[in-house]
Design a protein around this ligand. Structure first.
Ligand code: UFG
Length: 327
């Protein structure tokens, strides 16, 4: 039986990953400092409350378990906050990841999956974005993740650490069984906010900017189901276990939807009118971010099951209804 350490396993994508690993009959240990994650989102395995800043804690975890691989989700993810507090972002996302890598090398664990982001690309010079697109991140969040990607290449050369960096576009949706969901506080992501406006937990949804160069003037994003993202992690892990070398993959649906389309589809799925307020652009938003994920499909055999926007929103709605106490 394979044993996997999931760092950040109490968070949004991490908790869905833990569920999938358990269903695949793997042994799971979760390390999470619960700064943004939730203990009750960890549906099984062993839970360790601890921080990647704490080298002694990392050593203890690696001493107590013989891991076959590590999946690293834990990071600070707010773009705006990263501009205001760059030190926090470089420390948590970069320095603490080095702590984790150093600990796993000391304990001879040579497989690592990294939760990366489309933010490493910055403002795209062409869309859709494939893995060869230049990386010019435009904020400390994106730069901190890009720095990890670069460090991973050096760790491979120096220590034989084999890794897969998975650059998510817009992670969305939730567990089709309704057990898990997106639970950021404060929430900043479009789909959960739109659904809060549908359930009545918010008064309305703001559309940030209506004058972008897109089909209806609102930003285009590539929404990818969280379960499909987790599937890609599992496939990447298995690939590394088979002996593959380090690699990077862009993960999206390859299809973009505008903010306005997300709201209209949410109205169809929920059967509710969603009050909208049009406001100014949010700083730092690109017009269009859409991925090419052919590489993951070709090399990992990734085959997203929930690529339809209506299905993504339907699953997110299951969770929102549960939280809002609706039938
Ligand atoms: N939006 C609104 N109103 C809201 C919230 C969002 O109009 O209340 C718009 C945004 O302006 C954007 C789109 O909805 O055009 C999606 O916004 P999200 O905040 O949900 O997602 P982002 O595309 O900004 O962010 C995602 C990831 C980040 C990553 C970023 C860049 O969540 O981690 O892509 O790749 F950094």
């Amino acid at each position: 039986m394979k044993k996997v350490l999931v760092v950040g396993g109490a968070g949004y994508v991490g908790s869905h990953m833990v569920k999938m690993l358990l269903q695949a009959n793997m042994e799971v240990v979760v390390l999470d400092n619960l700064s943004t994650g939730h203990r009750d989102a960890v549906l099984g395995g062993e839970f360790v409350e601890g921080d990647t800043a704490d080298a002694a804690c990392l050593n203890r975890v690696f001493r107590e378990h013989r891991f076959d691989g590590v999946i690293h989700f834990a990071s600070s993810t707010q773009v705006g906050e990263s501009v205001k507090k760059p030190g926090d972002y470089y420390r948590n996302n970069f320095c603490n990841t080095l702590n984790l890598l150093d600990a796993q090398i000391r304990h001879e664990v040579d497989v690592f999956i990294f939760s990366s982001t489309a933010a490493i690309f910055g403002n795209p010079i062409q869309v859709p974005i494939d893995e060869t697109h230049p990386s010019r991140p435009i904020n400390p969040y994106g730069r901190s993740k890009w720095m990890v990607e670069q460090a991973l290449r050096d760790y491979d050369v120096a220590h034989g650490l084999r890794s897969a960096c998975l650059r998510y576009f817009n992670a969305a949706g939730s567990d089709p069984e309704g057990e898990l969901g997106e639970r950021h506080e404060p929430e900043s992501h479009l789909i959960p906010l739109v659904l809060r406006a549908a359930s009545g937990r918010r008064e309305n949804i703001s559309i940030f900017g209506s004058d972008y160069k897109t089909r209806d003037g609102t930003c285009v994003r590539d929404y990818v189901h969280v379960v499909d993202l987790c599937q890609a992690h599992l496939l990447a892990l298995k690939q590394l276990w088979k002996g593959s070398g380090s690699s990077v993959y862009n993960l999206g649906n390859g299809q973009g939807f505008t903010v306005q389309e997300v709201i209209s589809t949410s109205e169809e799925v929920t059967g509710r009118k969603i009050p909208v307020v049009r406001t100014q652009r949010r700083e730092g938003d690109a017009d269009t971010l859409v991925a090419v994920s052919n590489k993951a499909e070709r090399l990992l055999g990734w085959d997203p099951q929930f690529s339809d926007l209506g299905t993504i929103i339907e699953h997110a709605w299951l969770y929102e209804k549960k939280v809002a106490g609706l039938k």
